[in-house]
Ligand binder design. Structure first.
Ligand code: IDP
Ligand code: MG
Length: 145
């Protein structure tokens, strides 16, 4: 085991529009809290395309980029900051693989999402993938925190 004495981290979690539409906000929060992480901030918003372009800048140029921005701006999302030791990788583990068909049962995506033939994969949640991404993404959704 590595990093057993690592400092408390913060990560940016989004419940995407598919998750909000399907009434899965409570289910996602429940899994985060049941794991023992602390929800430190939470807001419901409909993200505009400029905000999403900043958030997803690393994916510009990908075939799924435009569909991703359209999808993510298609309805309300819930943005959260979760805190805890190794929460960044811990939430990625709770979320499961990007491809919901491959995401393991037991994970949010593995239990609650599937491929639907859309240009962008709809997979319920986003979670930051590194300390640097988390700091950058938290500033986008929670500029005061
Ligand atoms: P992640 O959300 O697991 O970190 P990323 O590679 O950062 O995955 O991609 C961001 C989002 O873009 C994914 O969650 C998914 O919704 C979508 N996406 C990523 N790769 C593909 C793809 O190859 N086809 C369709 N949609 C994709
Ligand atoms: Mg990502």
């Amino acid at each position: 085991m590595s990093n057993t004495s690592s400092p408390i981290e913060r990560t940016l979690i989004l419940v995407k529009p598919d998750g909000v539409r399907r009434g899965l906000v409570g289910e996602v929060i429940s899994r985060i809290e049941s794991k023992g992480y602390n929800v430190a901030a939470l807001r419901l918003l409909t993200a505009d395309k400029d905000l999403l372009a900043t958030h997803y800048a690393e994916h510009r140029g990908e075939a799924f980029y435009e569909p991703l921005i359209e999808f993510m701006s298609s309805g309300p999302i819930v943005a959260m900051i979760a805190e805890g030791q190794r929460v960044i990788e811990g939430f990625r583990s709770l979320a499961g693989a990007t491809d919901p068909t491959l995401a393991l049962p037991g994970s949010i995506r593995g239990d609650l999402a599937r491929n639907q033939g859309t240009k962008v994969v709809q997979n319920i949640v986003h979670g930051s993938d590194s300390v640097e991404s988390a700091q950058r993404e938290i500033k986008i959704f929670f500029p005061n925190l």
